[in-house]
Design a protein around this ligand. Structure first.
Ligand code: ANZ
Ligand code: ZN
Length: 870
């Protein structure tokens, strides 16, 4: 009794057009239903998307469609993180304009996303390179400045001495400029910073409120913020000339190891280093050498340890021997006090340093169970816990006790007129440098005047637009060499002045876009009422690669906007989900060149060969889909061959959503077969029960079994989708399909289909369609139509589950109305009489018999019978 095959290729565009024409995914802010905001991290318009990009959008779409069915006013928008370096690189390579390249990519990718059938409100689409968007960002920048959250200071950048240009970290490859190949240097430049460190403790504490974030991400943020408790210790300089300071202050988290100290080290950027270098050419040359190499932390941490002995000595604060003072390249100026004491026996960096420069290595912490007579750190430092030894008054104390003992002692010792030691809290988190010496970004709205200094661009002159007429034929920032753009008069004194030519880090663009989506199209960005209505985002979905910076910056932005009275919420994302990637095997031809999957086929022996030539092909292990390895599948091919519903189903099935999932032809074919199966099940049900039947009073055991399975399916899938366990939901649909299929076979064998079974079959079909509608929305519409249900599946409500059908232990109670048996009801065995009464009164047979009147009496005999006296 099979119907025709479901033709996805024909049906999918048809339904997309209908959704679009009816505007059913447009969201209105005045809609009174409860709000639900689901958002996937917006894409960078890099060119084309492949199916690997689609997984998080599909997951978000399932949530959006499901929440609509549950009666929420859903906001599910899309936009483009459109500024950034790749557009400038493309401009250089292709002799085009970054804006043109970006908007062309947006057009392509928008069509590709539409192909996936996503229920997005495209009327709220934004691109961060739109002057309306970045103009508001400039306004926010100036408000941050006024509020004290922005400041300017000198900071180091990567400098390419051949191209005479600043390089981004990703343009420094093995310490060299990506284009010139020159050894990169560090240069100081005045730059703008967001004062994120002012919120360090708040951002840390806020993590405790984010109970719908993965623990892993919260931990990564916690480590990044890096709160540590330690001690500032002031060391007196012994033999310092009169023009030098009397002391050096260090920050340590291990004051317990003070008796193992063998040197002090200053950062090359420490003020004392600078003073010393001014009179010491050898030291000045050493400092210069330390500046070589990129500015990224990874680069600094992997550099070989280098030191310079200043000849100075400090007194040990607890009476140990005097210590030499070095300048060392691994001491960062931006952390603690820019100076440390080194304990080589218990710290790897200090160990490397001491080994290189022949400094003493004295262990002072004995590991549990170690023998002090034989314990040695010759092979490397011991960084764990233990008991103090070789440490005078600390001997025998455990590490935490020794820390406390040293802190207590040094707090009471005095040097000059201040205590030697002072407890201190430090954060790893650094202020956020946002200046980029690039064209394709949001201009920093500042004018530099020789007389007035940096002056904010007046409000009525915003946005500061990027000039279009720029060239990329020379290295460096096109804004800087533009003939006219930067020459303006000072807004304060009218004298000739210069625009800031730096643009903002693109992480700024993505730190508030989710708040922009809240306002309706055609309104000014970032409206308080709109942001307050929609924020926080209820479910945010994106890659784990953004677990730290993007999420932390967004959290900082929203907290700061709140302090400035722009929004009322504190945290931007109430729920966070980080999805796994889609991987695919890779292919190489005989010469080792990568091949696209569609360039590979199987020969007669089943061996992989190149299409057309028959050359042998080597198959490599599955890897993250990426353009460079060509192991990508374009959504168009999937849509044309199987339909996007199959792709959606496949992306949700099999693998837990947080894990990587492998795209295979076997997998997508399996999805195709199942999509067809759903279509057939619905068709078969219709053939057996062609007419819509009223809910009968009595159900036979087959009908009850089927109804229980259908209601259970709806309840369980609801729970699964709420928890984003899409693969589990898919598995439940599969097992329900088996139950349903068996019921259909039995019904067909049974001859004439009784009314109760007809009802149950149609109900099962409708439940099945509704339950899969968020996942395979096009198929659902087609089924909805053949079932003759009014409206669109996309606007349908989630099936109303009868709790009685879910109960594992149920009884069927006959219902008598005025003494005559009129039907029956399935209720939990232990249902309270009140519940049973309520359920009975809701039955059609009963309401019809009562005809709007209240019943005179209802007598519930638990587990036996219900009597209604009308
Ligand atoms: C002595 C010591 C002995 C240290 C020992 C560690 C182990 P966290 O926990 O990340 O806060 N340090 C302090 N300032 C530094 C700087 N500007 N650049 C590089 N290193 C710096 O790290 C604190 C520890 O890092 C401090 O404790 C200090 O070394 C070092 F067995 O002091 B310790
Ligand atoms: Zn001025």
């Amino acid at each position: 009794m099979t119907t025709e095959r479901y033709n996805a290729r024909e049906a999918e565009p048809r339904w997309q057009k209908i959704w679009d024409e009816r505007g059913i995914f447009r969201t209105r802010n005045d809609d009174p239903r409860p709000k639900y905001y689901v958002l996937e991290m917006f894409p960078y318009p890099s060119g084309r998307i492949h199916i690997g990009h689609g997984r998080n959008y599909v997951m978000g779409d399932v949530v959006a469609r499901f929440k609509r069915m549950k009666g929420f006013n859903v906001l599910h928008p899309m936009g483009w993180d459109a500024f950034g370096l790749p557009a400038e690189n493309a401009a250089i390579e292709r002799k085009t304009h970054p804006g043109k390249w970006t908007y062309e990519n947006i057009a392509t990718m928008r069509d590709q996303l539409k192909l996936l059938g996503l229920s997005l409100d495209w009327s709220r689409e934004i691109a961060t390179c739109d002057p309306e968007y970045y103009g508001e960002q400039q306004r926010i920048f100036l408000e941050f400045l006024k509020g004290g959250f922005v400041y300017r200071r000198e900071s180091e950048v990567n400098w390419d001495p051949v191209d005479n240009t600043v390089l981004a970290n990703e343009q420094v490859i093995d310490g060299r400029g990506w284009r010139s190949g020159a050894l990169v240097e560090r240069r100081k430049l005045a730059q703008w910073f967001f004062r994120i460190t002012a919120l360090a403790q708040e951002l840390l504490d806020g993590l405790d409120t984010l109970d719908r974030w993965p623990d892993k991400v919260r931990l990564m943020q916690r480590n990044w913020i890096g709160r540590s408790e330690g001690l500032h210790v002031r060391f007196a300089l012994e033999n310092a000339p009169a023009d030098l300071p009397r002391e050096i202050k260090v920050y340590t988290t291990r004051p317990d190891t003070l008796f193992g100290a063998s040197f002090l080290a200053l950062s090359p950027g420490h003020p004392l280093t600078e003073t010393l270098a001014a009179g010491n050419p050898a030291l000045a040359a050493f400092v210069e050498e330390c500046r070589r190499g990129g500015t990224s932390t990874a680069e600094i941490e992997t550099q070989e340890k280098m030191g310079f002995d200043t000849g100075l000595k400090v007194r040990h604060p607890l009476g140990g021997p005097d210590l030499p003072v070095y300048v060392a390249n691994f001491v960062l100026m931006e952390y603690g006090t820019g100076a440390i004491f080194g304990c080589p026996a218990h710290d790897q960096r200090d160990f490397d340093f001491a080994s290189k420069y022949g400094l003493p290595i004295t262990p002072v912490v004995l590991p549990p169970d170690a023998d002090p007579a034989t314990f040695s750190v010759a092979g490397g430092p011991y960084e764990g816990d233990g008991t103090l030894y070789n440490s005078r008054f600390l001997d025998g104390l455990a590490v935490p006790e020794a820390k406390e003992a040293v802190a207590a002692r040094l707090e009471n010792d005095v040097l000059g007129n201040a205590p030697v030691g002072e407890r201190a809290v430090n954060f790893r988190l650094r202020d956020w440098g946002i200046s980029r010496q690039r064209y394709w970004g949001c201009p920093i709205p500042i004018i530099h005047c020789d007389a007035c200094g940096p002056v904010p661009v007046p409000e009525d002159q915003l946005p500061v637009r990027l000039p279009d007429d720029v060239t990329f034929d020379q290295p460096g920032n096109p804004l800087d060499r533009h003939p006219t753009w930067k020459h303006v008069d000072c807004p304060q004194c009218g004298a000739p002045a210069r625009r800031e030519t730096d643009t903002m880090d693109t992480f700024v663009d993505s730190s508030w876009y989710f708040a922009r989506f809240a306002s309706e199209p055609g309104t000014t960005p970032l409206q308080k009422a709109a942001a307050d209505k929609w924020l926080p985002v209820d479910q945010y979905i994106g890659g784990i690669e953004h677990a730290i910076l993007h999420l932390l910056y967004s959290r900082f932005f929203i907290r700061t906007l709140k302090k400035l009275g722009r929004v009322s919420v504190e945290e931007p994302f109430a729920g966070l989900f980080t999805q796994g990637m889609i991987v695919h095997e890779t292919y190489k031809d005989a010469e080792g060149r990568w091949l696209f999957p569609e360039e590979v086929e199987r020969d007669a022996e089943g061996q992989p060969v190149k299409v057309g030539t028959g050359e042998p092909v080597t198959i490599g292990a599955p890897e993250k889909m990426s353009k460079s390895k060509k192991n990508v599948v374009p959504p168009e091919i999937v849509a044309d061959t199987y339909g996007v519903d199959c792709a959606r189903w496949f992306m949700l099935a099999d693998t837990p959503p947080e894990r990587d999932s492998e795209w295979t032809s076997a997998g997508i074919e399996g999805a195709w077969r199942f999509v067809q199966r759903i279509w057939r099940l619905v068709g078969d049900a219709l053939a057996l029960a062609p007419e819509n039947v009223a809910r009968p009073a009595d159900f036979g055991s087959e009908s009850i079994a089927l109804r229980r399975a259908a209601h259970k399916l709806a309840a369980q899938v609801e729970d699964d989708v709420e928890r984003l366990r899409f693969n589990v939901a898919v598995a439940r649909v599969h097992s329900f399909a088996n139950v349903f299929g068996d019921a259909l076979v039995a019904a067909r064998k049974g001859g004439e289909v009784p009314a109760d079974l007809a009802f149950a079959l149609r109900e099962a079909a409708a439940f099945l369609v509704a339950v899969v509608a968020p996942m395979v929305p096009h198929l659902a519409e087609e089924c909805w139509q053949v079932l003759g249900t009014a409206g669109l599946a996309a606007e349908a409500r989630w099936p109303a589950v009868e709790p009685a059908l879910l109960a594992e232990d149920t009884v069927t109670l006959p219902i008598q109305i005025n003494g005559k048996r009129r039907g029956e009801i399935v209720v939990p065995k232990d249902a309270a009489p009140g519940e049973v009464e309520k359920a009975v009164l809701a039955l059609d047979v009963v309401t019809q018999a009562l005809d709007g009147r209240a019943p005179k009496r209802i007598i519930v005999v638990p587990q036996r019978i219900v009597n209604v006296v009308a």
